[in-house]
Write a protein that binds this ligand. Structure first.
Ligand SMILES: CC(C)(COP(=O)(O)OP(=O)(O)OC[C@H]1O[C@@H](n2cnc3c(N)ncnc32)[C@H](O)[C@@H]1OP(=O)(O)O)[C@@H](O)C(=O)NCCC(=O)NCCS
Length: 150
């Protein structure tokens, strides 16, 4: 298993079946995907891309625990996905670990995200904490804000 940088477009074959199943491919595009400050990581089994995650410079003003930070010190995780048949094989864990190394190199102070309720325990096991109340993302389902200070 190798983890290496990929482009936004390369994430779509994993984002689509895992996060936007049955929806138009266009919904796999995220705002900020192609910004210079954004990076995408892919996990490869041989030559097959099996897991993806996207990291964008962004601050959430609704997280009181990071109120003192500047936007350039904050990154958001989006589009974290592992192909169904590869889930539970530590690929998600390794994607996050690799990202944290890169973020620390960039002097980033916090990684935050809106976690699907079903994935909260996965992130908690990796040391991320919940902040605020559960909320609904229309068409996708219940979410919780989570973060980790680096
Ligand atoms: C959530 C997801 C990214 C995790 O990736 P993964 O490669 O399956 O997870 P890992 O194998 O690295 O799991 C690491 C640990 O978390 C546990 N875990 C994984 N997914 C879990 C979940 N949804 N709930 C609770 N625990 C979970 C694993 O059992 C493992 O535990 P262990 O270290 O005790 O063995 C992946 O399952 C996925 O793509 N799910 C569907 C899409 C999704 O929900 N994405 C997140 C959007 S916020």
């Amino acid at each position: 298993m190798e983890i290496r940088p990929i482009t936004a477009r390369e994430t779509f074959p994993v984002r689509h079946p895992v996060l936007r199943k049955g929806r138009p491919m266009e919904e796999c595009r995220f705002s900020g995907d192609d910004l210079g400050t954004t990076f995408h990581l892919g996990a490869f089994d041989q030559d097959q891309l099996v897991g993806v995650a996207t990291f964008l410079m962004n601050k959430d003003i609704h997280i009181p625990e990071i109120a003192e930070l500047k936007i350039h010190q904050c990154y958001q995780l989006r589009g974290m996905a592992v192909l169904e048949q590869y889930q539970g094989k530590n690929i998600g864990k390794r994607l996050l670990k690799k990202a944290l190394e890169e973020l620390k190199d960039k002097q980033i102070k916090v990684l935050w995200f809106n976690a699907r309720a079903g994935a909260v325990s996965f992130y908690e096991a990796q040391g991320y904490q919940i902040t605020g109340e559960i909320f609904e993302v229309p068409g996708i389902g219940p979410h919780l804000k989570m973060f980790k200070k680096l």
